[in-house]
Design a protein around this ligand. Structure first.
Ligand code: FEO
Ligand code: CA
Ligand code: CA
Length: 679
C-alpha cells in the first residue's frame, strides 16, 4: 500500500497527530506553512489604536474511523448517570476536597490503552460504526467489496460532531445527528494506491463524507442507545444538493458551468463540529475544504490567487485525486466551485426530503462549527471559529428575531444581520508577557475586545460591506482577507465556541499553535491572549460578551498542559488536584454549568480524552478526565446529559505504520482482531 504523508517526526514543529491524520484530515495544514500572511497589528500597534475604540464601550468586562459511543451510564444507576454524589470514588482527586456536581467521579489517569477507559461505575457501548446500515434495506457492511451505492446508505467515515434531538412522535426514541469529517483511504481500502485511486474508490470517498441522521431508541435501565431504522434516517454526502442562501446566492463568484444560476451546490465537505439550534435544526461547519481542490497554480487573478493560497488550496494535484473524476474539483477547469464551500450549513433533521442550506452571510473560512445564543429579545447570535493558526473568531448577529414554532422563518435568521470579527487586547504590559506562561502581575491573562463589523445584510436582502476596498460579495467569499483589513486578532487555532446555558458566558477552545512566537514560523509573537511561546497544548478562553453588541471582556481560564509544569493555569485551582490536558477542541456543557472539553492530538504522550472543568463554583478551574479514547483516536462530539455521555471516537489507530491488514488499534473488539471497520 502506498501511504502519502510527510515525515513529521524529525521536525520540532511536528504535529502530535500522525502524518496520515495530517494528510487526510486537514490536508497537512498542521504541518504546512501558515496561510495568514497579513500584517495585522501586533501589540504595540494595538495600544496605539486604543483611542480609536469606541469611547465608553469597553466594558471591561462523540465513533469509528468512527463509532458513536453511547451509554456511558453507571452500570447500576441509569437515572443518575451524570456524575453525581452517589457514585463510587466521588470525593474528587484530592484528600478532603469535594468536587461539585458533575465532577464527582474517579479521575481517569493518562494512558495509552487501546480501549475507551471510563471511571469505575460507568458502562459503555458502541452505538454505530463505519459501514453500519442507516437506510432501511441498506446492505450490511462488506469491507472487501465496498461500493459507493452501498456507502450512500451506510454510516460514513470519521464522525466528529454529535447531536441528540428529541424524536417528534416517539418518546422512546431520539434523533442522533453526526458529521463525517473526512476519509482516510489507506485505512479504508486494502492495497490502496494513493497515486492511482479508482473511480469507485473516489465515489466511495464522496459517499463517506457529509452527515448522518439516525433514529435511535433508548434502552430501559441504562443510558444505552440503539440504532433503529425510521423515516428520519438520512445520509447527506459530498453530492447531496444544497441551496446557497444569503449574499452570495446567484453571485458571479459562485456560478459554475453545472450551476449557471449560482444557487445549487452539490454536497458538503470536511464537516467538523456543529451545533443544534433552538428551533431544532443542525448547523455544521465546513472546515478543511481546501484539500479536495486541485491546480490553483492555474489562477492568475491576484485577489483570487491570494485567497486560494490563504486557504491552502493545492497548487498541483489534490491528495485524493478527486479532480480526475469530477472537473468541479479542478480549479483550472471550474474556478468558482471552490467558492461554494467553507460555509455553515443548516439542515432540518425532521424532514428527510428537505434541502440543506449554506448560509453565506456567515462568511467563508474554515468553520470549525456554528453555535447559537438567543438574547432575551430573540436575536440570534452565532459564534464560529476559523480553525487554523493565527486565524480569527467571528460572530453573526441576526436582525430578525426567532419566532417559536416557525421553522421556515427561523431557518432564514442567519441570512439577515451583521457578521463581525473579534479584535482583542490584553490589559497587562507587553513586557510581562514573556512567552513562558508566567502570569502577569495583575494575576490573569485577560483583557477586552470589540467586534468589528464586516458585512450587514438587511431584512430585504441588501448586503453592505463595512470593509474598505471590499464589496459585500467579496467580504462573504474572501472573508479572511476582509477580516485582515479590519485588524482581526490572530488566535491560536479557534476551535469550538460554546455559550454556557447557565451564565451565558462564551467559551472558546484554542487548540494549539506551535508557530506562536517561533522564530522560524511565527506570524506574531506571544500576546496576552496567546501567552505561550510555541503553544503545544492549547488554551480555553472565557468571554463575557455583550452578545448582540460590539464589546466584550475575556480571560484565559485554562492554559493547558501538564499541571506539574509551571506555565499551565487551571482557573486558579490547586494544580496538584487536576488532570493533565492537551489540545482542547470540542466543547459542551452539562446541566450544572460545567464545561466539558474533548481533546484532539494530546501532545503529552497519552491518548486523547474527555474532560470536565468546573467554571462557576468555588472550585473554579478544577479539571478531571472522564474518559480516554483508544490509541491514536481523537475525542469528538460530545453530548452530555443526565442519561448518558455520547462521544465520537474518531480515527482510532490512524498511525503511519498501520494498514487495513495490520491495524494499530483493535478497538472495539480488542485482542488481535482486525477491526471490520477502523473503529
Ligand atoms: Fe476538524 Fe478544527 O477540527
Ligand atoms: Ca492581565
Ligand atoms: Ca475539531
Amino acid at each position: 500500500m502506498t501511504i502519502k504523508g510527510l515525515n513529521l517526526f524529525s521536525n520540532k514543529f511536528a504535529s502530535s497527530r500522525s502524518s496520515l491524520t495530517c494528510t487526510y484530515k486537514c490536508g497537512n495544514a498542521c504541518f504546512g506553512e501558515c496561510d495568514n500572511n497579513s500584517d495585522n497589528p501586533y501589540f504595540g500597534d494595538m495600544m496605539s489604536r486604543r483611542s480609536a475604540l469606541k469611547a465608553g464601550s469597553l466594558t471591561v468586562l462523540t465513533v469509528g474511523g468512527s463509532a458513536a459511543l453511547a451509554g456511558l451510564a453507571p452500570a447500576a444507576a441509569a437515572q443518575s448517570s451524570l456524575p453525581g454524589s452517589s457514585l463510587p470514588g466521588s470525593s474528587g482527586a484530592g484528600q478532603g476536597h469535594t468536587s461539585a456536581k458533575g465532577l464527582q467521579f474517579g479521575n481517569v489517569a493518562p494512558n495509552k490503552r487501546d480501549e475507551v477507559v471510563v471511571p469505575a461505575g460507568y458502562s459503555q457501548s458502541v452505538l454505530i460504526a463505519w459501514g453500519d446500515p442507516v437506510i432501511e434495506g441498506a446492505p450490511e457492511f462488506d469491507p472487501e467489496n465496498q461500493t459507493a451505492a452501498a456507502a450512500e446508505q451506510q454510516f460514513g467515515y470519521n464522525n466528529d460532531f454529535a447531536g441528540l434531538l428529541p424524536h417528534p412522535t416517539d418518546a422512546g426514541r431520539r434523533v442522533y445527528v453526526c458529521s463525517h469529517e473526512y476519509t482516510t483511504e489507506p485505512h479504508m481500502h486494502p492495497d490502496y494506491d494513493a497515486d492511482n485511486p479508482t473511480e469507485e474508490q473516489v465515489r466511495i470517498g464522496w459517499a463517506n463524507h457529509g452527515l448522518t441522521i439516525l433514529e435511535v431508541s433508548t434502552v430501559a435501565g441504562s443510558g444505552d442507545l440503539k440504532r433503529e431504522f425510521g423515516p428520519l434516517n438520512r445520509r447527506i454526502t459530498a453530492t447531496t444538493p444544497m441551496k446557497l442562501v444569503g449574499p452570495l446566492a446567484g453571485s458571479e463568484y459562485v456560478k459554475t458551468s453545472a450551476d449557471p444560476t449560482g444557487t445549487t451546490v452539490l454536497g458538503t465537505l470536511n464537516n467538523c463540529a456543529g451545533g443544534i439550534t433552538p428551533w431544532g435544526t443542525v448547523l455544521s461547519g465546513e472546515e478543511n475544504f481546501d484539500q479536495y481542490f486541485a491546480h490553483s497554480d492555474s489562477v492568475t487573478d491576484p485577489q483570487v490567487k491570494a485567497s486560494l493560497d490563504r486557504l491552502g488550496i493545492p497548487r498541483g494535484e489534490s491528495g485524493r485525486k478527486w479532480e480526475r473524476f469530477d472537473r468541479r474539483f479542478d480549479v483550472s477547469r471550474e474556478p468558482n466551485e471552490v467558492n461554494r464551500f467553507g460555509y455553515i450549513i443548516e439542515i432540518d433533521p425532521y424532514d428527510p426530503h428537505s434541502t440543506p442550506v449554506k448560509h453565506t452571510a456567515l462568511g467563508r473560512f474554515k468553520h470549525e462549527a456554528g453555535n447559537i445564543h438567543i438574547t432575551k429579545d430573540g436575536t440570534v447570535v452565532c459564534y464560529s471559529g476559523d480553525d487554523a493558526r493565527f486565524e480569527y473568531l467571528y460572530k453573526f448577529v441576526s436582525s430578525r428575531k426567532m419566532v417559536e414554532g416557525d421553522l421556515a422563518h427561523n431557518m432564514t435568521l442567519m441570512d439577515h444581520g451583521t457578521l463581525y470579527v473579534a479584535v482583542m487586547e490584553g490589559n497587562s504590559p507587553q513586557h510581562e508577557i514573556d512567552g513562558s506562561g508566567q502570569l502577569p502581575s495583575d494575576g490573569a491573562f485577560d483583557g477586552a475586545g470589540r467586534w468589528e463589523p464586516l458585512l450587514t445584510v438587511d431584512n430585504e436582502g441588501n448586503a453592505t460591506s463595512h470593509v474598505a476596498g471590499f464589496t459585500a460579495e467579496q467580504v462573504a467569499v474572501f472573508t479572511r482577507e476582509a477580516a485582515d483589513a479590519v485588524g482581526a486578532t490572530k488566535m491560536d487555532r479557534p476551535e469550538d465556541v460554546e455559550v454556557s446555558p447557565t451564565t451565558s458566558k462564551v467559551y472558546m477552545a484554542l487548540t494549539n499553535n506551535k508557530y506562536r512566537g517561533a522564530a522560524e514560523k511565527s506570524k506574531e509573537g506571544v500576546m496576552e491572549y496567546a501567552p505561550v511561546k510555541e503553544n503545544k497544548n492549547g488554551l480555553v478562553m472565557e468571554i463575557e460578551d455583550d452578545h448582540a453588541g460590539e464589546t466584550f471582556t475575556w480571560n484565559l481560564i485554562l492554559v493547558a498542559g501538564d499541571p506539574d509544569v509551571a506555565y499551565t493555569y487551571f482557573g486558579g485551582f490547586d494544580k496538584s488536584l487536576v488532570s493533565p490536558i492537551s489540545c482542547p477542541d470540542n466543547l459542551a456543557f452539562d446541566e450544572f454549568g460545567n464545561l466539558w472539553i474533548s481533546t484532539d492530538g494530546n501532545a503529552l504522550g497519552s491518548n486523547d480524552g474527555l474532560y470536565v472543568m468546573d467554571v462557576e463554583t468555588a472550585n473554579r478551574g478544577e479539571l478531571k478526565c472522564f474518559l480516554t479514547v483508544p490509541y491514536a483516536a481523537e475525542t469528538c462530539g460530545p453530548v452530555i446529559n443526565r442519561e448518558r455521555v455520547l462521544v465520537a471516537v474518531q480515527h482510532p489507530g490512524e498511525t503511519d505504520d498501520a494498514s487495513v491488514e495490520n491495524p494499530t488499534s483493535h478497538w472495539p473488539d480488542g485482542g488481535t482482531s482486525v477491526p471490520r471497520r477502523p473503529s
